[in-house]
Structure formats: structure tokens, C-alpha cells
Design a protein around this ligand. Structure first.
Ligand SMILES: *[C@@H]1O[C@H](CO)[C@@H](O)[C@H](O)[C@H]1NC(C)=O
Length: 231
């Protein structure tokens, strides 16, 4: 790892966007952790999620693992139903939606023009979500999801907010639990932080490790050239 990675690891990626062209950025981005819209609730004034009145008529179907540990995922409306908007993340299995330290995992690639990937702020590695591009009626959308290489995430679940109309939306629509896939084994320090991004202990350990690497590199760069002369 080099100094550039030290910067990249704690980079804050931000962009502006409106509701009609996808979920707002604060589903993924935040200045302060407490401002993050961890529940993924649309900011539709005077409305409430439909969950308690009607069960959601939507399913998230997760395909088999490919050779990179990636999966094809489909959000599908029940027959006769449809949706207009959505936001989907991968998260820890059976972990309450509103827990402030709920992580988001992996990167997303749209399968067609109905969806667009979103980069989320993350402590380490690439983390994303996926949202709609327009408010046309849709019966299903698909995308590809990829976990980080060489990092065992444990059990995960896809979780969606699905919008049918301004005052008709469902939160916490979940896929089945996906068992560990791809690399399974001991977690390195960066992988531990990826899995538990809000752990203060892990954040401190990673920062300290990165500082040590930086110091070593500075010594190598400005020192007596002992490494270079050793050939
Ligand atoms: C979407 O579907 C609803 C219900 O069938 C219908 O009322 C509405 O006109 C449709 N919207 C568009 C843009 O097709």
C-alpha cells in the first residue's frame, strides 16, 4: 500500500442529484455519521412507509455466484404490481435497518438504463448502492453486485426501499440471507474494517497501521538509501 491509498481510503466522495432521477445522495453520503439516512426512507413530506398497512408486493431474487464472487440480483414486482423508484444496498444479514452502525457492502453495476449505481461514503474500499434513473413504471430491474476481493463478509442480505407513488413506498424489503461467498478465511485488518466500518477500535488500528507504513516509506525515500544499496 502506498501514500495514495492512505488518502483514497478516507476519501469522501460526494455528488449532487435530485429525487426524480434517483434516490437522494444522503441514502449513501453524509457529512456526519448521525446525519446518514440509514433507514433509507424517502423524504416525501406527510407520508409514511406502507409496511404496516400492506405487505410489500416486491421480491429481491439473488442469482448464483460467478467466478468473481459476484451475483446477478433482480428486484421484481408481484404480478399486476409495479414500482417507480428504488434504492438497494447489500448489508449484514438480519441486522436492523435503523442501526446507526449498519454497514453497506460491495459495488453495483446496472444491467440496463433503468438503474444507476451510487458510490457511498465508506471507511475503506468501494461501497455502493443502486437506484432508479427515471420514474417510469417498472415491473423488474436487474443489476450485478460484486463483493470486495479477498474479504469474507459473512452472511449478507440485500435490502431495498421501493417506491410505487409519492405516498406509497415500502422500506426494508429484503432478499433471502446469502451465505458467505467468494473468499472465505481469516480477515485482514482492512477487511475487518470493511465488515465493521463504524468500529472506533478498528478505525484506530487501521489509521495507526497506515501511519506506520507512511513513516516506513518516508524513511525509505529520504533515508541513507540502505535498501537501495542492498540491491
Ligand atoms: C403507471 O401505472 C399506473 C397503474 O397502472 C397508471 O395509473 C399510470 O398511468 C402508469 N404510468 C405511466 C407513466 O405509464
Amino acid at each position: 500500500m502506498d501514500v495514495v491509498s492512505v488518502i483514497a481510503v478516507f476519501q469522501l466522495l460526494r455528488a449532487a442529484s435530485g429525487f426524480s432521477s434517483g434516490a437522494p445522495q444522503d441514502f449513501c453520503q453524509y457529512e456526519n455519521l448521525q446525519d446518514r439516512n440509514v433507514k433509507m426512507v424517502p423524504g416525501h413530506r406527510g407520508t409514511e412507509a406502507m409496511n404496516t398497512q400492506n405487505p410489500a408486493g416486491y421480491r429481491i431474487i439473488v442469482g448464483p455466484e460467478d467466478s468473481n464472487g459476484g451475483r446477478r440480483v433482480t428486484l421484481k414486482a408481484d404480478p399486476g404490481d409495479y414500482f417507480r423508484g428504488f434504492f438497494i444496498q447489500a448489508t449484514r444479514a438480519n441486522y436492523a435497518l435503523d442501526r446507526g452502525d449498519r454497514p453497506a457492502y460491495g459495488t453495483f453495476r446496472p444491467a440496463d438504463t433503468n438503474s444507476q449505481a451510487r458510490r457511498c461514503r465508506s471507511a475503506v474500499g468501494k461501497v455502493g448502492g443502486i437506484t432508479h434513473t427515471g420514474n417510469n413504471n417498472k415491473t423488474e430491474i436487474s443489476f450485478d453486485w460484486e463483493p470486495p476481493r479477498g474479504c469474507d463478509l459473512g452472511d449478507i442480505q440485500f435490502v431495498a426501499t421501493v417506491v410505487r407513488a409519492y405516498s406509497e413506498y415500502w422500506v426494508d424489503v429484503r432478499s433471502d440471507v446469502i451465505k458467505p461467498s467468494g473468499f472465505i478465511g481469516d480477515r485482514g485488518l482492512l477487511c475487518q474494517l470493511y465488515v465493521n466500518p463504524y468500529s472506533k477500535i478498528l478505525q484506530r488500528r487501521v489509521l495507526s497501521a497506515l501511519r506506520n507504513i507512511q513513516t516506513m516509506q518516508q524513511r525509505r525515500g529520504t533515508g541513507s538509501g540502505s535498501l537501495a544499496t542492498q540491491g
